[in-house]
Design a protein around this ligand. Structure first.
Ligand SMILES: C[S@@+](CC[C@H](N)C(=O)[O-])C[C@H]1O[C@@H](n2cnc3c(N)ncnc32)[C@H](O)[C@@H]1O
Length: 251
């Protein structure tokens, strides 16, 4: 509790934390969203990736096994949890498949998906990842642990990290990235309906026409359902560690 209060009054954190608290009062649609997500699952992540590219799927499996081993070992030295990772297999696979020059992601935490994207960029020999995050205010010195799994020296030329929260960080990215230049967008930060809506609105013009858009934890509320309906696009949904991830764009 003392740590939370201390972080609350840190410079620049107060308003973001306050907004996060207020968002907890948004309409609860978890049950409806979970039912909707579940009813749209057609394949497992592995079946889907295998059907797109057999060789790349093999590579993804191999590299992601290594990533899991490395990451679990590193995290085992910590006395607290940095939360679970997103669907890193999907992120590795699509970064290799699309060979994007620019990727935007929100939500780094320990950095499972961040590491998957950066590893794929190294294999591609190019690519820049713009990551937005906000420190976990329940732990002491939270800034220190953002991207804990990432070896900063190896990836410094591929990675731009802004930890001021999506509202500021995504506006910052939008001001420096060209329109229609982002081929892959991964959202895994503020899980509220309004947070998702605002983030997507901010980066929408930056996405190329054929961009892959991935939203994590779509069971939290009806945002993903409403988004695919309003865009009138095809989509896939996968179950991942008891939660659901939605993918728009690759058919
Ligand atoms: C589920 S974790 C991300 C997991 C990560 N993708 C991985 O695979 O390891 C969510 C992250 O989003 C951050 N977050 C929450 N609200 C945020 C906001 N408004 N802006 C930016 N990041 C936020 C949390 O602090 C946390 O670091």
């Amino acid at each position: 509790m003392i740590t939370i209060i201390f972080n609350l009054f840190k410079k620049n954190y107060f308003f973001t934390i306050l907004k996060k608290i207020l968002k907890r009062f948004e309409r609860k649609t978890f049950a409806e969203a979970t039912k909707w997500a579940k009813s749209h699952v057609k394949y497992t992540t592995d079946e889907y990736l295998l059907s797109i590219d057999k060789n790349l799927f093999k590579e993804t499996k191999l590299y992601m096994k290594e990533l899991e081993k490395e990451s679990l070992k590193k995290l085992s030295t910590l006395k607290f949890s940095l939360g679970g990772g997103g669907n890193y297999k999907l992120l590795y696979f699509f970064t290799r498949k699309l060979k994007p020059e620019i990727v935007i992601e929100t939500g780094v935490a320990a950095g499972w998906t961040t590491l998957a994207i950066l590893k794929a960029m190294k294999a591609n020999n190019f690519g820049k990842l713009y990551s937005s995050d906000f420190p976990y205010f329940r732990i002491k010195n939270p800034e220190k642990y953002i991207g804990y799994l990432i070896d900063k020296k190896t990836y410094y030329s591929n990675w731009i990290l802004d930890i001021r929260g999506d509202d500021i960080a995504l506006n910052n990215f939008a001001s420096i990235i060209n329109d229609s230049s982002v081929k892959l967008f991964h959202y895994d930060s503020d899980k509220s309906y309004s947070g998702r809506t605002k983030a997507f609105k901010t980066i929408k013009n930056k996405l190329s026409n054929d961009a892959i858009i991935i939203f994590d934890d779509i069971q939290n509320n009806l945002h993903f359902r409403d988004l695919v309906r309003s865009l009138n696009v095809n989509f896939e949904i996968f179950e991942f560690k008891g939660k659901f991830v939605g993918v728009i764009g690759f058919q």
